[in-house]
Design a protein around this ligand. Structure first.
Ligand code: GLA
Length: 393
């Protein structure tokens, strides 16, 4: 990948003499879905699919950006001076909004851009699949600015700046999970992150005779679409109602029993279902991380299955294609657990499967999924890797 990128870099920007290589992984969330924006726990890990970049300073003082995935192997880069970055672009080349959002956020926080930069991106992370290609692009760009322009931004700060870029510049009110996972990921470990305090710990992913398989429904998801923001708003309304009868700072401060006791205060039954999901999912994420620690993969898997059911019935973010993929996995011997992962409305499922049966599962699920939906699924067998940074060669 990097060799091809060097060739293109020279053609696009004129020279690649000092271009430095960087990589950001995508992420898969094992459990704890739609809890981050409600102050709860998530349990994601960084995957070895991601986005590569080559970057070097230029003398034009401008930011020049090109993506081989979106703009092709050659051609003219997108070019802008830092002081004219104002608001997100519409129309074509909208992928540049992620790096521009990052630049605008760093400028807002007082970082001074003393040099222009040329950045070429190329990734093997499927776009729109719910594996955090947006967060990967954002965190990767923070790392590049920080390393090449000397900003000295640590991993947690990089995640927070990236989230701010996505919230304020791109306009998706995402939580912190994706940016944190791609920035702070650790080889062979999942991250148990408390999204209200940002306290985190790494849990070794000892799956023994099992492996992680990600299945892409190839139904493109769109978080920027209003549904994600709507779910957040429904949770906020539920919280507002609950606060009239109980002092609580966020939904995930409540236990399942405590929510039961105040459920009567939530006026809209749809909002209540959203709250039931957030609170029960938070409890599942905590239990699942404990089950994994205790080596109880069967329990971990059952909690994953329950997570999918709640995302389908309470949070209403699955689509029929994701429900079919989950069911095919649940009914296959050798699958410990399976659920949709990420924001929903399309994208991927994540399944924990016995190594010896993985190929058989892929054959069966691919065939049945196509028969039932007319679509082809894609399967990724992924390793768990470190967070974004410069590639040391
Ligand atoms: C998207 C968002 C995350 C999180 C998940 C759902 O990936 O970017 O912040 O809310 O959806 O868990």
């Amino acid at each position: 990948m990097l060799d091809e990128m060097r060739e293109s870099f020279g053609k696009i920007f004129g020279s690649e003499t000092n271009a430095e290589p960087f990589f950001s992984p995508g992420r898969v969330n094992l459990i704890g879905e739609h809890t981050d924006h409600e102050g709860g726990y998530v349990f994601p890990c960084a995957i070895d699919f991601g986005i590569y970049a080559l970057a070097q300073k230029n003398s034009s003082g401008k930011l020049r950006l090109h993506s081989m995935n979106f703009d092709g192997d050659y051609g003219s880069p997108f070019e802008i001076s830092y002081d004219s970055i104002r608001e997100k672009l519409t129309g074509s080349r909208t992928w540049v909004n992620y790096p521009l959002g990052v630049a605008s956020t760093l400028l807002k926080h007082g970082h001074e851009f003393a040099h222009g930069l040329d950045i070429l991106y190329c990734g093997n992370l499927p776009d729109g699949a719910g594996l955090s290609s947006s967060a990967a692009l954002e965190v990767l760009t923070v790392r590049i600015f920080s390393d090449l322009l000397g900003f000295n931004i640590d991993g947690v700060k990089a995640a927070l700046y990236s989230q701010e870029a996505e919230n304020d510049f791109v306009g998706v009110r995402c939580g912190i999970m994706d940016q944190f996972a791609v920035s702070m990921g650790k080889k062979s470990s999942a991250i148990l992150l408390n999204c209200s305090t940002l306290e985190y710990s790494y849990a070794p992913l000892e799956l023994g005779s099992h492996c992680i398989i990600i299945t892409n429904s190839n139904v493109p998801h769109s978080l920027a679409g209003s549904e994600y923001n709507l779910r957040r708003q429904q949770c906020e309304q539920a919280l507002d109602d609950i606060r009239k009868v109980k002092d609580v700072s966020c939904l995930c401060d409540l236990s399942v029993n405590e929510l039961d006791e105040v459920a009567y205060a939530v006026k809209d039954p749809v909002n209540l279902r959203r709250a039931v999901h957030a609170v029960s999912e938070n409890a599942r994420a905590i239990r699942a991380s404990e089950a994994l620690k205790a080596g109880n993969l069967a329990m971990f898997g059952r909690l994953m299955n329950a997570s999918h059911v709640s995302l389908r019935d309470n949070y209403a973010v699955t689509v029929p294609e994701l429900d079919i993929l989950a069911r095919l996995a649940w009914e296959f011997p050798g699958v410990a657990g399976s659920r949709m992962t990420g924001g929903g409305f399309g994208g991927c499922t994540v399944s924990i499967i016995e190594n010896d049966r993985a190929e058989e599962f892929i054959d069966m699920a691919g065939r049945e999924y196509e028969r039932l939906t007319g679509r082809k699924a894609s399967f990724y067998r992924t390793g768990i890797t470190n967070g974004a940074g410069r590639i040391i060669q």
